[in-house]
Design a protein around this ligand. Structure first.
Ligand SMILES: [Zn+2]
Length: 165
């Protein structure tokens, strides 16, 4: 079932920052990921939180963020009155949520999980990514969001905290 675009509008600058980050790790043959965030009350997700080093596990076929690193990001966001509605990560080829993704993703109503396929050369066309929302106990595919020509704020987070990219 595909729902009508519940994903927030995304800033083009944010999409490009995600693609660059995914490509740089994809060229090494490994997955990576992060989050998109926005100011509370805003309609545009214009912030990208890239994953750093400490507490971040990246291997072929595996990407994990420690609970401590997640806590750093979400405390920072709360203090800055930011909302973090979208998680994204890369896959070598396939564009769908794996069993691990389904079970380890944020099972919070309305949360969105995105997979970028072909991590060596990821597309900046968000309709080529897999967009999924958690609702009523499961993940369902949703339509890709609209992208508007807007700059992004980019930060890096890990267990050492959140800092400018
Ligand atoms: Zn995955």
């Amino acid at each position: 079932m595909t729902r009508d675009a519940p994903a927030p509008i995304c800033a083009a600058g944010a999409i490009l920052a995600v693609v660059d980050h995914v490509r740089s790790y994809g060229q090494l043959g490994i997955e990576t990921g992060g989050f998109l965030y926005m100011a509370r009350g805003s309609e545009i997700a214009g912030g990208v939180a890239l994953t750093g080093i400490k507490g971040i596990v990246r291997r072929p076929g595996l990407f994990k963020i420690s609970g401590e690193a997640i806590d750093e990001l979400f405390s920072w966001a709360e203090n800055a009155d930011l909302f973090v509605p979208i998680q994204w990560h890369s896959h070598s080829i396939e564009a769908f949520l794996s069993c691990v993704d389904r079970n380890s993703g944020f099972s919070v109503d309305g949360f969105i999980s995105v997979v970028l396929p072909f991590f060596k050369d990821p597309s900046a066309d968000v309709s080529k990514w897999s967009w999924n929302i958690f609702q009523e106990g499961d993940w369902s595919p949703i339509e890709a969001p609209t992208v508007v020509d807007d700059a992004a704020q980019v930060v890096v987070f890990d267990e050492d905290g959140v800092r400018g990219a």
